[in-house]
Ligand binder design. Structure first.
Ligand code: GZL
Length: 322
């Protein structure tokens, strides 16, 4: 804890200095750019699809791309950014694994005169501001995603009593914080539902399965699972079937992302809905970076619009899924 406090104190003083730079560093227009993409992990289809999206965009956007993988460690993700700064990148695209631990990476890049774009997740909004500490956040409205999952459940659940187990994403990450807030606030408006347990599965399939197995023991009457992402939802389906339950018949599964396995689970009648959270950030990153280099004003939040996949349309979209 003491180390953390030192970091926080050091960080706050650094922010005070960095905060003095009201503007984010400029990006000069040039033929080729040395671009850093510091990925947090590659343990699920979503992460793999996002990283591929950046590699697939590099040549068409004149990027010499330096892409790293922190294997699920926020500390290593910070170290990866340090290394990119030392290599003299022109611009940094960062999906911060957790809101607070990645603040030093944002501040160091800013302090080194490197414009930072946060993709797919953000950092602590009480400390770092768009247009001041980073150029912009490119990503979805996670609160709305959680709210849409709850709305689908309210509209489509036919029972009198919904006993909900919630599988949360990575602790301290902006999607986990906001998807919880959005769902919990909206579902509270319908008194048929009660969230009896809420626990992190770290956005991972196997941990989602393990947590579901444990919560099923404690709450055998569960008939709804809300997972913050499809990987954990698929893991929960595995746990439920191993316990003799019938997902889609005696348990309603609601989730977020839109992966191929989730769309297949919807087609198979095991999952009710998945709210899209697209991983394909490469083209958007290119477009926004080019506008910034051209001196255009970039909004602090470049919002990605999300579709919703149900039994009505899953088969129409599975071929484009990842
Ligand atoms: C959302 C992204 C989340 C996905 C998960 O933008 O941060 O992280 O929803 C992924 O599947 O692990």
């Amino acid at each position: 804890m003491r180390k953390h406090l030192i970091t926080s104190a050091a960080l706050l003083s650094f922010v005070a200095v960095a905060g003095a730079q009201a503007e984010t560093p400029p990006l000069e227009q040039k033929d080729r750019y040395k671009v850093g993409f510091a990925q947090m992990e590659s343990n699920n289809p979503w992460r793999i699809a996002e990283t591929k999206s950046f590699h697939d965009t590099a040549e068409s956007c004149n990027w010499d791309l330096i892409a790293t993988d922190a294997a699920g460690s926020a500390a290593k993700q910070v170290a990866d950014v340090d290394s990119m700064i030392a290599q003299g990148i022109d611009v940094l695209f960062l999906p911060p694994r957790e809101e607070k631990p990645l603040l030093p990476a944002v501040m160091k890049a800013q302090g080194a005169g490197i414009p930072v774009f946060l993709v797919d997740r953000s950092v602590d909004p009480d400390v770092a501001k768009p247009g001041e500490h980073f150029v912009a956040f490119l990503g979805s409205d996670f609160i709305e995603q959680g709210g849409r999952a709850a709305e689908w459940l309210i509209e489509n659940f036919e029972g009198d009593k919904g006993v909900i187990v919630e599988l949360e994403g990575t602790t301290g990450s902006s999607p986990a914080n906001d998807r919880k807030q959005g769902f919990d606030e909206r579902i509270a408006e319908d008194d048929r539902f009660e969230i009896v347990a809420s626990q992190t599965g770290d956005f991972a399939r196997d941990m989602g399965r393990q947590v579901m197995e444990t919560l099923l023991q404690a709450h055998p009457d569960v008939n709804v699972v809300y997972a913050h992402n499809d990987e954990m939802a698929i893991g929960a389906i595995q746990a439920l079937e191993l316990a003799g339950r019938k997902p889609g018949e005696d348990v309603t599964i609601v989730s977020i992302d839109g992966t191929r396995d989730a769309l297949q689970a919807i087609i198979d009648g095991k999952m009710g809905v998945t709210v899209e959270s697209s991983p394909f950030f490469g083209p958007l990153a290119c477009e926004v970076m080019q506008k910034y280099a051209a001196g255009e004003e970039i909004p602090g939040w470049v919002e990605v619009e999300d579709r919703i996949f149900t039994a009505d349309n899953a088969a129409d979209h599975i071929d484009e899924a990842y």
